[in-house]
Ligand binder design. Structure first.
Ligand code: CA
Length: 226
């Protein structure tokens, strides 16, 4: 069931919002303060609706903390003011959308439904980037950067790194690397792996002769360590 955390200190507004959300099919977790919202947060909650003006920690701080804990949850800020600066601050802290009071129930639900569609679509997509220490692999572009600088890789080099990044700190046998990167028909040609590992080390290691990222594990193969 789609779920949303509602953080609003004014009981009348909170009740109004909660009833409308429940009517629209949401499981609602209620909080009357930012502290309570952070306490009640759990990773199963899809979205949060956060009032900005709260006693104790304000909605901006709640937003920042929720975003630190989850980069997939949807966050909508609620404000009594229409100040552009406040809107920009909310969005820069990781909020996805912003609703100004007073709002109609249909407007609020439409915005929340729209965000829910974005959140659930994003969750279904496989990760676009895989990070490993200073390295970032972009699955869509099939590129890898080190400290933000693109590495000049062949497609085979990319595929080997993809295999390593998805199996960090695990020794991978040459035959396994060969099978995953080149396919079954190359079995028996483990030397190809060694040659390509040597090339990769030249590109990614600070000292290719003393590799720290692609290590040789005697008798077991190669192991990636970020
Ligand atoms: Ca308030």
């Amino acid at each position: 069931m789609r779920s949303i955390l509602v953080c609003e200190d004014e009981a009348a507004i909170r009740d109004f919002v909660v009833i409308n959300l429940q009517y629209a099919g949401y499981r609602v977790v209620e909080a009357a303060s930012g502290e309570e919202a952070l306490e009640k947060f759990d990773s199963d909650i899809d979205m949060a609706l956060l009032d900005i003006m709260l006693p104790g920690i304000n909605g901006f701080e709640v937003c920042r903390e929720l975003r630190r804990r989850s980069n997939t949850m949807g966050i909508i800020m609620l404000s009594a003011r229409t100040q552009e600066a406040e809107k920009i601050e909310a969005l820069s802290l990781g909020a996805d959308d912003y609703v100004t009071k007073p709002f109609s129930p249909s407007e609020l639900i439409a915005r929340i439904d729209a965000l829910y569609r974005r959140v659930s679509a994003a969750r279904e997509q496989p990760a676009e980037e895989i990070r490993s220490g200073d390295f970032t692999l972009n699955v869509r572009n099939r590129t890898v950067t080190k400290d933000g600088v693109p590495l000049d890789l062949t497609q085979v080099g990319y595929q080997i790194l993809y295999l390593f990044f998805t199996h960090p700190n695990t020794p991978l046998e040459r035959t396994e690397i060969l099978r995953q990167v080149w396919g079954e028909s190359y079995v028996g040609a483990e030397k190809i792996v060694d040659v390509n590992i040597r090339r990769l080390r030249m590109k990614i290691e600070d000292e290719p002769s003393e590799p720290v990222h692609i290590r040789t594990v005697r008798g077991q193969g190669y192991q990636w360590t970020a």
